[in-house]
Design a binder for this molecule. Structure first.
Ligand code: AMP
Length: 487
């Protein structure tokens, strides 16, 4: 997708192009159109994902209707408020506002503590449409009545989790009480603590949830395991793992279409209901296979990397790499199908000695060694790298075991993957009771939401009450990590 397709104005596109950005990042791709449509957004994103532009660009576009060159401060009331936890972030976000708004006459300023307030008062008094502020200093201004928030239409909370960690919740509450009821709210947070959810529930109305992982980041909820095995024995090992642990829903990855078909056929022959999706299957076949998988009519879906792009399966507990991908980044895409929405996940890789290099590439990208566990009867003929690895990072493995709950290997060298890990085998990951992840997509309720956007206080209150009652809770919008920095 290109920036042009996001519905941004020519001025903003020019400013973006000046930055040399080739294409939008995932969060920009998702958030910009949603924000332009006036929806509230809950964004799960860290610094490094391009999140600042994801809210700054549509904010600037929406404020463009108020752009004017009048000298009168009264013609420049604050229309957008961006709250951030620290002075550094305030300055950085304001820089972005200036960068992306450089072809607009929309005015902005930044206020934060630790510096004399007078210059800030001057800047605010001259009239600005966008205010970037830390909560404490904004309260100082409000107490001194040096600014008014009565015309704010867009509220953005950036790094909300950090703001709460820093004790800004009371200040945020006070600030919110001073804002007009009718406004658009955008909240970004890298984590979803209970406090964040409470705050989100208080502020956001029918939010669209967007979550992206930082470049190459991997959920800490995923346990990674490598089972060394001869290539020729991979089919049997896969079969063993699925049957032994009665896995009911597992996504298996292969490198090639031929391998995907072969894996599916072999599993089918042993009575495991399986389907394969890859480039040679038409859209209908792929959709059908995916639907059957989601409905639990088949237990195993075998996919190639390309075919798996964009697959969103709720609460998948296991991903098995029948073969490691040629491109280490695909490993992150693959395993990103599990460990979602707060549920734990297990990423198993069947690795033959021919794949040692691929494994090294994955570990380099993860910046971590993956636990190696041999399974009795399937041991690889001494792969030097595996045995060396076992010797060299035994301490690290011990730590990982403690973290992942995988018990120490038995003396007979048979791996007993902890029950804890495989207890999750047959039941799908525990349903999250987290309202942030079970709230409906706004798009399903667009009419109601739009009523609110153009509506009055009653609409808003109604929506607040309705959102927990709407019939079918749909999963949040989860995206796979940004693959590379698209600069
Ligand atoms: P942020 O996550 O907002 O802190 O942005 C991280 C970095 O990504 C900043 O240096 C931005 O300039 C840069 N950035 C933002 N959007 C893009 C894009 N579409 N392509 C490349 N770099 C970007």
């Amino acid at each position: 997708m290109s920036f042009e397709q996001l519905g941004l104005s020519a001025e903003l596109l020019r400013a973006v192009s000046d930055q040399g950005y080739a294409k939008p990042t995932l969060i920009q791709e998702q958030a910009i159109p949603i924000i332009l449509k006036n929806n509230d957004v809950m964004g799960g994103a860290q610094t490094g994902t391009g999140k600042t532009a994801s809210f700054t660009l549509p904010m600037l576009q929406k404020l463009e209707t108020f752009a004017n060159s009048s000298m009168s401060p009264a013609r420049h009331p604050i229309r957008a408020l961006i709250l951030v936890p620290t002075r550094e972030l305030a300055v950085q976000v304001h820089e972005s506002v200036k960068t992306y708004g450089k072809y607009s006459v929309i005015r902005s300023t930044v206020i934060y503590g630790g510096v004399n307030i007078d210059a800030q008062i001057e800047a605010v008094r001259s009239g600005i449409e966008i205010l970037v502020a830390t909560p404490g200093r904004l309260l100082d201004h409000l107490q001194q009545k040096t600014l008014s928030l009565a015309k704010v239409e867009i509220l953005i909370l950036d790094e909300a989790d950090r703001m709460l960690d820093m004790g800004f919740l009371p200040a945020i509450r006070q600030i919110i009480d001073l804002l007009p009821e009718k406004r658009q709210n955008l909240m970004f947070s890298a984590t979803f603590s209970d406090e964040i959810k409470k705050l989100a529930n208080k502020i956001l109305v029918n939010p669209v949830l967007i979550e992206v992982a930082k470049q190459n980041s991997v959920s800490e909820l995923i346990t990674h395991i490598v089972h060394p095995v001869e290539s020729a024995h991979k089919h049997e090992l896969l079969n063993y793992l699925i049957k032994q642990h009665a896995l009911k829903q597992v996504l298996v990855f292969t490198r090639t279409k031929i391998a995907a078909d072969r894996v599916a056929q072999k599993l089918e022959r042993t009575g495991i209901l399986t389907a394969a999706i890859h480039g040679d299957r038409n859209q209908l076949q792929r959709t059908q296979a995916l639907e059957n998988f989601k409905q639990g009519q088949i237990s195993v879906l075998v996919a190639t990397d390309v075919a798996a792009r964009g697959i969103d399966i709720e609460e998948l507990t296991h991903v098995i790499n029948f073969e490691l991908p040629n491109n280490p980044e695909d490993y992150i895409h693959r395993i990103g199908r599990t460990g979602r929405a707060g549920a734990k996940g297990l990423a198993i890789s069947l690795v033959s000695k021919e794949e040692d290099k691929l494994l090294a590439g994955v570990e380099k990208l993860l910046n971590n060694k993956i636990s190696v566990e041999e399974i009795s009867g399937f041991e690889s003929k001494k792969s030097p790298s595996v045995s060396a690895k076992n010797a060299s990072y035994s301490d690290e493995k011990k730590n990982k075991r403690i973290q992942s709950g995988v018990p120490k290997r038995n003396s007979d060298s048979v791996v007993r993957i902890s029950n804890d890990v495989f207890l999750r085998k047959s039941k799908r990951a525990e349903k999250t009771s987290d309202p942030l992840f079970t709230q409906p997509y706004v798009s399903k309720h667009m009419d109601m939401h739009m009523a609110h956007v153009g509506g009055n206080q009653t609409d808003r209150t109604l929506n607040h009450h309705c959102r927990h009652k709407q019939s079918k809770a749909l999963p949040a919008l989860f995206l796979s990590p940004v693959t590379n920095k698209q600069k």
